[in-house]
Structure formats: C-alpha cells, structure tokens
Design a protein around this ligand. Structure first.
Ligand code: NAD
Ligand code: UDP
Length: 304
C-alpha cells in the first residue's frame, strides 16, 4: 500500500520522536469554527501536544481560551503563506476562510492561502516526515452535473468566476497533496466537507471533527466526503427556521450569487465504510442548538 510508504528522508527528530508516546500535532486555522472543535477533541487525549497556527482573519483567540496557558498547548500568530518551521508528527491543515463573504473579500489572498499555504504545509510535512490532512470542500464539485456526488465525480467548476479563488484554490490544494504523495511519499489525507453549521457554530456536536480524526488515524488517503445526505431546499431551510425559531419572520427571495451550486448532496458510503462515520443530527434538531448559541453570543434573551 503506497500510502504507508515512509517518507524518503525521515529527519532525525522524527525518528527520535517515533519512540515517544507523545504525538505533536499542528492545526492550521485552529482558531476557526471547525479548527477550535478539533483542538478541543485533540486536547482531550493526554498524549497529544497541540500547536495552533492562525492569522485570526476569520478565527478568534476566544474560541481557544480554555486552552491558552495549558502546558500541552501552544498558539502561534502566523500566516500559512509564509514558511513555518516547527517539528510535528501530524498536520491538520484547515487554514482558509470558509464562508463566501470572507473568501471573496480578498480573493488573491484566498488563492495564496490555498495554494502557497498548502505548498508550505506539504514542504513542512516532507521535511519532518509528518502525515498531513487537508480539509477540502464539496465546492470542488462546483455546480454538479451528477446528483448525488460521490468522490469519483470530477466536478463542474467555473475557473474564472468570483467563487473560483476558493473552489479552484481547493482543487489545486488537492492536486498538490496527491503530487507530494506520489512524488515524495508524503502520507496524505483529504476530507471533502459539505456545508456545516451549528454553535460556534457547534458543528453537528463535533461529529465532523470525529470524522477528521478518524480519517487522520486510518489508512485511507481519501478524498472522502464528510457531510449530511439529508437534502433540503433553501426555502425549506427558511421555513424550518420560521417554524422553529420565529413564526413572525418574513421570508424574502433575493437573486442567487453567481456560480452558486443549485443542488448538492453527498454520497457518504466511503465515510461509513472506511471511517465508520455518519452524521447523527437532523436539521430540525440542529437549528434550535444553533439558535441557543447565537442568542448567548449576541446577548439576545429568548423572549426578544
Ligand atoms: P473558519 O473561517 O472558521 O476557520 C478558518 C481559520 O483559518 C480561521 O481561524 C482563520 O483565521 C484561519 N486562516 C485563514 N487564512 C489563514 C492564513 N493565511 N494563515 C493562517 N490562518 C488562516 O472556517 P471553518 O468553517 O472552520 O473551516 C475550516 C476549514 O474547513 C477550511 O479549510 C474550510 O475550507 C473547510 N471547510 C469548511 C466547511 C464548513 O461548512 N464550515 C465546508 C467545507 C470545507
Ligand atoms: N517549507 C516550510 N517549512 C518547512 C519546510 C518547507 O514552510 O519546514 C516551505 C518552503 O518554504 C517551501 C515549501 O514549503 O516554499 C515547499 O517546500 P519543498 O521542500 O517541498 O520545496 P522547495 O523548497 O524545494 O521548493
């Protein structure tokens, strides 16, 4: 199995660490929504030391406040488009703005983060012999011409649109991952995450994070879809919000943004079979939890 091939030149540091119980884990973008939940999970294991690098573009130190000062935790302000020198065994590479408002804000920076950032993390993985996991996205399928989407679908992405900095950026990031794997024997893992919501946002009670850890620890390179196959239209979503959260709320129809995918639904057979992973929270269970968290953070009491 080529995924188990050792890197060509394991560094002495890596070889030395091999005999220690502790796992030193780098999480890029660890101050963000998914990253901070991942850090919570990783820190629960006393054998793990966790290093987070983040430039705080969309993330916040507040998401990690429970770990600041912990002896097994380190937080570094750093932009992944710059070279990074740390010694680690595993890299969870999440750094990248994930929501359209933010990734369209500075599209050139988004491309740099996806391409140069991933190149740097792969260079780091190569130097220290670390295994690296990329959080890719369902956006690599673009506005899909097949439905639902399994991992063998190549996608339908506009290369020159306003979303391309993110969609094509992630596609190149996946390409880089596989090229480093084939050319340098780097151990890679790729998750294609579908839209995730919840408190902080609470992401399916941390289920997405479980999926990422299972992928990192397992033998499959991926790509593997991580998402909820429960499908609903935007109107159904709005009607659910109206019914569950505020019946007074008015639904307003607006123009779609350019290149927005019209319909998407993951096939998660691979995640079920290879990772033993599947989502457990339905939309109707998840929405009230998210409402609760938003109310807390915005200081809006339930009666308001
Ligand atoms: P997020 O915006 O909350 O987190 C991203 C983090 O990366 C933030 O803390 C941000 O400050 C940091 N960051 C951005 N650019 C950086 C840079 N150049 N250098 C260092 N840090 C940088 O987003 P999220 O929802 O937690 O997404 C995490 C990852 O998962 C992303 O790679 C995203 O593409 C992927 N993903 C998320 C979803 C989703 O629904 N949330 C879906 C598909 C894929
Ligand atoms: N890199 C890094 N940290 C490291 C090793 C490499 O950030 O510990 C960066 C390095 O700056 C380079 C990129 O990763 O731009 C790719 O490194 P690689 O060794 O694969 O390519 P090369 O440096 O030979 O072009």
């Amino acid at each position: 199995n080529s995924t188990k091939k050792p890197p060509p030149n394991p560094s002495p540091l890596r070889t030395a660490k091999f005999f220690q119980a502790n796992m030193r884990i780098l999480v890029t973008g660890g101050a963000g929504f998914i990253g901070s939940h991942l850090v919570d999970r990783l820190m629960q294991n006393e054998k793990n030391e966790v290093i987070v690098v983040d430039n705080y573009f969309t993330g916040s130190k507040d998401n990690l406040k429970q770990w600041i000062g912990h002896p097994r935790f380190e937080l570094i302000r750093h932009d992944v488009t710059e070279t990074l020198l740390v010694e680690v065994d595993q890299i969870y590479h999440l750094a990248c703005p994930a929501s359209p408002i933010f990734y369209k804000y500075n599209p050139v920076k988004t491309i740099k983060t996806n391409v140069i950032g991933t190149l740097n993390m792969l260079g780091l993985a190569k130097r220290v012999g670390a295994r690296i996991l990329l959080t890719s996205t369902s956006e690599v399928y673009g506005d899909p011409l097949v439905h639902p989407q399994d991992e063998s679908y190549w996608g339908n992405v506009n290369p020159i649109g306003v979303r391309s900095c993110y969609d094509e950026g992630k596609r190149v990031a996946e390409t880089l991952m596989f090229d480093y794997h084939r050319q340098h024997g780097i151990e890679i893992r790729i998750a294609r995450i579908f839209n995730t919501y919840g408190p902080r946002m609470n992401i399916d009670d941390g289920r997405v994070v479980d999926g990422l850890i299972r992928l990192m620890e397992g033998n499959s390179t991926g790509p593997i879809n991580i998402g909820n196959p429960g499908e609903f239209t935007m109107l159904e979503l709005a009607e659910n919000v109206k019914e569950l959260i505020n019946p007074e709320v008015k639904i307003i129809h607006v123009e779609n943004t350019p290149d927005d995918p019209r319909q998407r639904k993951p096939v998660i057979t691979k995640a079920k079979e290879e990772l033993g992973w599947e989502p457990t929270i339905t939309l109707r269970e998840g929405l009230p939890r998210m409402e609760e968290d938003f109310r807390k953070r915005l200081g809006i009491p339930r009666s308001a």
